[in-house]
Design a binder for this molecule. Structure first.
Ligand code: BG6
Ligand code: MG
Length: 212
């Protein structure tokens, strides 16, 4: 086996939350009279909540205080969490579930490395609340991707050397973070083709070919 563990990003890899992020940021931007669209939303992939807010506010000239910005982030998160309540095990594809099970059967440890502070809530909504061996997420890091912290913590929680871990990511910032952590990476979706990953995946189940 090339690896002992696989560390998965959550949003855009295990499940799709992009549209809910979009709707929640759009509601905030509309209320503040700030232009926001899907292209700007794509730039928020893998970026922490506060760094995302700064990107949303780029289109605005007003100077907001730290307290106002914290309130905006909370407002967005409240809208986002209300939308996440719509998620259910039906939002986990059979392909993802079967691939995860097959990887586990091969003896690999499976972890999460996500910037999101809503990781545990999302996993429980899609029926994977107790599935992963360890979770490293937005609640245990102080630096967001492309900093390697979230993946280094995931490896530490799994009890593995970084060199024995493979990261699966849909964001270029996440591929850069994996590389900075000294880990191989598999890029899917938006990140595939960025030229920085060890493997580019066309579909999630292609992962099975990367681990042999
Ligand atoms: C990442 C998403 O997984 O989590 C980003 O790709 C998001 O778009 C970030 O900003 C933080 O999420 P949360 O749930 O803590 O606001
Ligand atoms: Mg992602």
């Amino acid at each position: 086996m090339k690896y002992k563990g696989i560390i998965f990003d959550l949003d855009g890899v295990i499940c799709s939350t992009d549209h809910y992020h979009y709707l929640a940021w759009k509601a905030l931007a509309d209320r503040l009279g700030i232009y926001f669209d899907e292209t700007i939303n794509n730039r928020l992939r893998g970026v922490s909540r506060m760094a995302s807010l700064d990107i949303v506010l780029e289109r605005d000239d007003r100077a907001w205080s730290p307290e106002e910005k914290a309130a905006f982030a909370e407002e967005k998160n409240n809208t986002y969490r209300a939308l996440l309540k719509n998620m259910s095990p039906a939002d986990l594809s059979a392909e993802v579930r079967e691939t995860l099970d097959a990887l586990r059967e091969r003896g690999l440890l499976l972890g999460i490395g996500s910037s999101s502070k809503n990781t545990k809530f999302i996993l429980s909504q899609i029926g994977l609340g107790d599935y992963f061996d360890k979770i490293s997420d937005g609640t245990n890091i102080s630096r967001s991707k492309p900093d390697p912290e979230v993946f280094l913590k995931a490896a530490e929680f799994l009890g593995l050397d970084p060199a024995d871990c493979l990261v699966v990511e849909d964001a270029k910032a996440g591929i850069q973070a994996a590389s900075a952590a000294g880990m191989d990476s598999a890029a899917i979706g938006d990140a595939a083709g960025c030229g920085l990953a060890t493997y580019d995946l066309e579909r999630f189940s292609d992962l099975l070919r990367c681990v042999d």
